[in-house]
Design a protein around this ligand. Structure first.
Ligand code: ZN
Length: 475
């Protein structure tokens, strides 16, 4: 059969995004891999063997890799793919390439650190470790980055014999794209679309997801296929209220655990707007995360990707992420100094779920003080430190210490980066369902698939499939 599709990740789960297209042309197969993401969380914890160590295909046989965006669950295994023999071109939008450069370096550091920790723990317990090296090391990143080539939105690019790639903006994170392939197998041209992750219609910085040309085969994400997000209150006023209550009236510290990419920039942009309006009290703001600082720099370089109204603001204020009183903290020494600061302050640090990163040090130092507050602005998976705080835990364990929780735990819904069900349907309004021969639902869990399938069926979609990992389909 001339063209086939196989999901090797994000099949029945939300992580590990990897989809393989094989085209038979002129008597030989040509293999296009879409994304090379890492499995994370439950997908790894509950598995017998680490699913990140088994691609399900031979990396040396892949001809070309096409990235949808830089999130680790879509990009995290690129260094390993290259270390195992992939040597083709890696296509990405310019912003995705720049974000991958910082995120993959950060991920390599985490792999090395986690592996060292596992070795230590195994030795303590007198056990053998199943693997004798990290998933990949820092040395694996530069050779991978050398293979990147970029294509901007709406720039058709030939990426293989008879195969043309066009990216369109999905407004999910900076540089995120839907992948459109026109595949000529010698007999016909198949129009294939992979949505990647789809963003929202109400992002503070990024434009709406863009419409795209009619496709024959659709691979659609389903993260929130079963729900509609609650409308988000005006975040500027809410954030200001928390700053005034905690830092001005309570003379305490406001800790904001935040994802380095996306959320941190969104918070900085909001604080910057308040500062420009003269409403932000004079409280020092520390961005205490090297990755978040690098991601903010990448965002600055790609400011042309922002929404029109945000870009227009750049004429009055050339830096939308910095304002009087903000300090970007890269060095670990400076980060430690912040623990000694007794005055009111806002500290923004990763990680968002509080499972790793510098935020844990700040929490260990500040949680027992009732004048302080922790402002949770994102999703916290069950079992994480963030979830424990949200559930009202009286004490928590951090680095082996039991810390009483006396600080206020505040919650604020910033925009989620994923479209909800209604927005996914709106995103697909550009399509005539009767022309789509097959729709694959990926990047979701059972109820997400069921919810989205139901809504798509109402809209006239037929032949909707939820692929299993490794299941091959002829297109
Ligand atoms: Zn994503």
């Amino acid at each position: 059969m001339p063209i086939s599709f196989t999901s090797h990740g994000a099949a029945g789960t939300v992580t590990g995004s990897k989809h393989l297209i094989e085209v038979q042309r002129d008597g030989r197969p040509y293999r296009v891999l879409l994304d090379c993401g890492m499995f994370q969380g439950e997908a790894v914890r509950d598995a017998k063997h680490d699913p990140n160590r088994e691609f399900g295909f031979d990396p040396t046989e892949i001809d070309v890799l096409v990235m949808s965006h830089a999130h680790i669950d879509h990009s995290g295994l690129v260094p390993r793919l290259v270390a195992e023999g992939f040597s083709g071109i890696i296509w990405a939008t310019p912003a995705t390439r720049d974000l991958c450069a910082i995120m993959l370096a950060d991920s390599a550091h985490i792999q090395e650190y986690d592996f060292a920790y596992d070795v230590k723990r195994a030795r303590k317990r007198g056990r053998e470790l199943e693997y004798d090296e990290p998933l990949y090391t820092k040395d694996a990143v530069p050779p991978a980055m050398e293979l990147f080539q970029t294509a901007g939105y709406n720039e058709p690019t030939v990426i293989g014999p008879g195969i043309t790639l066009t990216y369109t903006d999905t407004g999910h994170i900076l540089g995120s794209a839907a992948v459109h392939l026109d595949i000529d197998d010698g007999e016909r041209v198949l129009k294939f679309t992979f949505t990647g992750d789809v963003g929202r219609y109400v992002d503070r910085l990024l434009p709406e997801p863009a419409h795209f040309r009619q496709c024959d085969v659709l691979v659609c994400e389903s993260t929130y296929g079963d729900r509609d997000h609650a409308p988000v209150k005006e975040s500027e006023d809410e954030l200001l209220r928390h700053v005034i209550e905690t830092c001005v009236k309570g003379r305490g510290k406001l800790l904001i655990p935040a994802f380095s990419i996306g959320k941190t920039q969104e918070i900085l942009y909001t604080l910057n707007s308040l500062s420009n309006e003269g409403r932000l009290p004079r409280v020092p703001v520390f961005v205490d995360s090297p990755l978040a600082i690098s991601a903010t720099e990448v965002s600055r370089t790609h400011s042309k990707l922002f929404r029109d109204d945000v870009r227009a603001e750049l004429e009055q204020d050339p830096d939308l992420f910095a304002f009087p009183g903000v300090e970007f903290v890269r060095s670990a020494d400076r980060s430690k100094q912040l623990n000694g600061v007794k005055e009111p302050a806002i500290i923004i640090a990763a990680s968002g779920m509080m499972e790793a990163g510098r935020i844990r040090h700040h929490l260990r130092n500040e949680l027992d003080d009732a004048s302080n507050a922790v402002l949770i602005v994102g999703f916290c998976a069950p079992g994480t430190l963030g979830a424990q705080l949200m559930e009202g835990a009286a004490e928590v364990s951090i680095f082996g210490d039991i810390i009483p929780v006396r600080a206020s735990i505040l919650r604020m819904d910033f925009y989620s980066a994923h479209a909800d069900r209604g927005e996914l349907i709106r995103f697909l309004e550009c399509q005539k369902p009767s022309k789509i021969r097959k729709t694959f639902l990926v990047h979701g869990v059972d109820h997400g698939f069921a919810g989205l399938r139901e809504r798509l069926t109402e809209h006239g979609y037929t032949n909707i499939v939820v692929p299993k990992r490794g299941q091959r389909f002829e297109l």
